[in-house]
Design a protein. Structure first.
Length: 250
C-alpha cells in the first residue's frame, strides 16, 4: 500500500515536471483555473463574514446553554461548516474549471499522451459541447456524493477528540478520491468510457489514486496555488489514467 501511495505521489510530481518544462501547457491550464479561483475566493470570503450567523442558525439547540458551552459548540460547527464548504467547493472548483477550460485541458491530455505516452489510437475527438455536458453531468453526481458524505462527517465533527483528529483525515481521503475521479475524466472520455468505468478502474488501485489525489487536494487548499497545481494535476491525472487503463502501474 505504501509503495502504491508513493507511486501516486510520483505521478503528480511527473505532472509538475511536464508542465514546468512546457510553460505553454502551464499557461493553458492556468487560465481557466484563474477564473474559477476568483469565484471561489470571493465565495469563501463571504462565508467567513457570515460564518457566526450560519453557525448560530445551524445550532439552535445551543441557544439556552451556558456561554462557554454554546461558544465551543458553535465554534466546532463553524469549523465543520467551513471544512464541508472547502470539500464541496474544491470539487465544484475543479468541475467548473474543467467545464470552462475543456478545450485547454483536452489539449494538455492529448499532448501528454501523444508525446510522452505513445498516443491513443482509439481516441475520440470530443467537442467542447460534449465535454461540457459530460463534465456537468459527472460534477452533479460527484458533488452530490460529496454532500452526502459531508453530512455524517459534519455531525461526527462534534465528537470530542475524534471530530478534530480522525474525521478530518477521513474527509480529506474521501474528497481527494472524488477530486481524483474528476481530474482523470478527460482521458477516459477520449476513449468513450463513462464515469462508472472510471470509478471502477481507479478503485482497483485505490492507494495509487490516493497517492496522486491527496497531495493534489491539500495543495489546492493553498490560496492561488491551484493556478500551478491544477495544470500539473491534469498532466499527472492523464498519466495515472493512461497507466491504469494499460495496466502499466508499477
Amino acid at each position: 500500500m505504501l509503495r502504491d501511495f508513493s507511486t501516486g505521489v510520483g505521478l503528480l510530481a511527473k505532472g509538475f515536471g511536464l508542465v514546468f518544462r512546457s510553460p505553454k501547457l502551464l499557461l493553458i491550464g492556468a487560465i481557466p483555473a484563474l477564473i474559477t479561483t476568483v469565484l471561489l475566493i470571493g465565495s469563501l470570503v463571504a462565508l467567513g463574514v457570515w460564518i457566526d450567523d450560519i453557525a448560530a442558525w445551524a445550532t439552535p439547540f445551543a441557544d439556552d446553554w451556558n456561554e462557554t458551552l454554546r461558544t465551543t459548540t458553535r465554534f466546532a460547527a463553524g469549523v465543520s461548516i467551513i471544512g464541508a464548504y472547502l470539500a464541496v467547493g474544491l470539487l465544484l472548483f475543479s468541475a467548473i474549471t474543467l467545464v470552462i477550460g475543456g478545450p485547454f485541458y483536452e489539449h494538455i491530455a492529448e499532448t501528454i499522451e501523444d508525446e510522452h505516452l505513445g498516443g491513443v489510437p482509439e481516441a475520440q475527438r470530443v467537442s467542447w459541447a460534449r465535454s461540457a455536458g459530460v463534465g456537468i453531468r459527472d460534477a452533479v453526481l460527484l458533488v452530490g456524493l460529496a454532500i452526502l458524505c459531508a453530512i455524517p462527517l459534519f455531525l461526527a465533527g462534534f465528537i470530542p477528540v475524534v471530530g478534530q483528529t480522525v474525521v478530518p483525515v477521513i474527509a480529506v481521503c474521501v474528497n481527494a478520491t472524488l477530486l481524483g475521479i474528476e481530474l482523470t475524466g478527460i482521458p477516459f472520455t477520449r476513449r468513450g468510457l463513462k464515469l462508472g468505468v472510471r470509478r471502477r478502474v481507479l478503485r482497483k488501485r485505490r492507494a495509487v489514486t490516493l497517492g496522486f489525489a491527496v497531495p493534489t487536494y491539500l495543495l489546492c487548499l493553498i490560496p492561488l496555488a491551484a493556478l500551478v497545481v491544477f495544470p500539473a494535476a491534469m498532466a499527472g491525472g492523464t498519466i495515472l489514467a493512461h497507466r491504469l487503463l494499460h495496466d502499466d502501474i508499477r
